[in-house]
Design a protein around this ligand. Structure first.
Ligand SMILES: NC(=O)c1ccc[n+]([C@@H]2O[C@H](COP(=O)([O-])OP(=O)(O)OC[C@H]3O[C@@H](n4cnc5c(N)ncnc54)[C@H](OP(=O)(O)O)[C@@H]3O)[C@@H](O)[C@H]2O)c1
Length: 337
């Protein structure tokens, strides 16, 4: 049974796990707290760990390495956001928790990965640890949604993003940004969470975008992709650092895209326009989420092909709608995937 205190510690673990989100490659971002209840019924946090940058070592190993190994006479609980891993003939987090005599293990979520699912949980139970699961209030699936889709659906997570003026234009003829600096900063946080970023060919040629994650103190290397309709010469501006993916307005689009992303080892992709690219992926429903950033700016004298028709998204489920300064950020979810 989970007590209110357990739920409080689990909430801390969920929040801690956000710290390395987007930095753990194909591994989920997990956190672990080691709490000592020997002398204090409210417990005292004696160690914590996060999945390390690039995915290894795991959170439990980092947390355990900071404490003494012999805890036979102690009443220690490990709070973990994901079921500890278990591998038959190898070292694993479940075995470590056993070796360190952690009496009780409170787990926010079982592992959706078929090879791991319930193995750590059962190993610890058979070794007579108290193991408790937080199925009801688990936040792991929401926090590590990319990992969930990768493991359960064997495909990458796709996010579409488009910035629009108040009157629906996606392009400013003066090449000015449509949304504010703070909205762009928010979008860099979105970039941070993804493996790769993509734009359409026209955007690459007209804007020459950096396609980087520019957040202070963060060193995130995003893979860069340009979508092209036909073969382009290698001499084309800027393309040598960028992977090219061929897209066509056909039913094969999804399979071709997923195959090419898998070759590039990409588990999550942020597609940042322009409007032709955005509409193409919307048409074939190749996305998990759509981010629309709406500014208060009115744009005139731009070709009407750059104007977005909001009817195209009328059937999508809105999951959040917030103002960031003057701009509005609306997030929609694809409920069909
Ligand atoms: N508001 C935003 O969030 C946002 C984001 C990114 C960009 N933008 C703006 O949107 C504008 C570009 O949008 P867009 O809809 O025109 O295009 P896009 O979506 O960036 O790129 C797709 C278009 O590129 C062209 N293309 C693809 N492969 C090609 C190839 N091999 N050779 C030549 N052309 C090729 C095609 O144009 P055709 O269909 O005409 O052949 C295709 O429709 C830029 O000016 C940029 O400033 C806005």
């Amino acid at each position: 049974m989970l007590s209110k205190l357990d739920l409080d510690y689990l909430r801390s673990v969920q929040n801690l796990s956000l710290k390395h989100l987007g930095l753990t490659k194909s591994n989920p971002s997990v956190a672990c707290l080691i709490v000592d209840f020997t002398k204090d019924s409210k417990g005292k946090v004696i160690s914590f760990g996060l999945t390390n940058i690039d995915g290894n070592p795991h959170a439990e190993l980092t947390a355990l390495k900071k404490i003494k190994k012999n805890n036979k006479n102690k009443n220690l609980t490990a709070y973990v956001s994901l079921e500890p891993c278990y591998k038959e003939n190898l070292n694993s987090c479940s075995k470590l928790l056993h070796q360190y005599n952690i009496k009780r293990i409170v787990i926010d979520s079982l592992d959706p990965n078929n090879f791991i699912y319930r193995k750590g949980f059962l190993f610890l139970k058979y070794q007579n640890h108290k193991v408790v699961l937080n199925n009801k209030n688990s936040k792991f699936k929401e926090i590590n949604k990319f990992f969930y889709i990768n493991k359960l659906k064997s495909r990458p997570y796709i996010t579409l993003k488009l910035a629009l003026s108040k009157n629906g234009y996606s392009k400013d003829k003066n090449k000015k940004n449509i949304t504010s600096k703070s909205t762009q900063n928010y979008m860099h946080h979105l970039r941070l969470k993804h493996d790769a970023i993509a734009v359409g060919y026209n955007t690459l040629i007209t804007d020459n975008p950096k396609l980087t994650c520019r957040l202070q103190g963060i060193n995130k290397k995003l893979k860069k992709i340009v979508f092209v309709k036909k073969k382009i010469s290698n001499k084309t501006n800027n393309t040598n650092l960028i992977n090219t993916i061929h897209v066509s307005d056909t039913n094969n689009l999804k399979d071709n895209l997923f195959r090419q992303l898998s070759i590039l080892n990409i588990n999550s992709l942020l597609i940042e326009g322009g409007i032709s690219t955005f509409k193409l992926f919307l048409k074939y429903k190749i996305f998990d989420e759509v981010y629309l950033t709406l500014s208060k700016k009115i744009i005139h004298n731009v070709n009407s092909k750059y104007r977005f028709n909001f009817r195209l998204i009328k059937n999508l489920k809105e999951i959040s709608n917030n103002f960031y300064g003057k701009d509005q950020i609306i997030v929609y979810k694809n409920t069909d995937v």
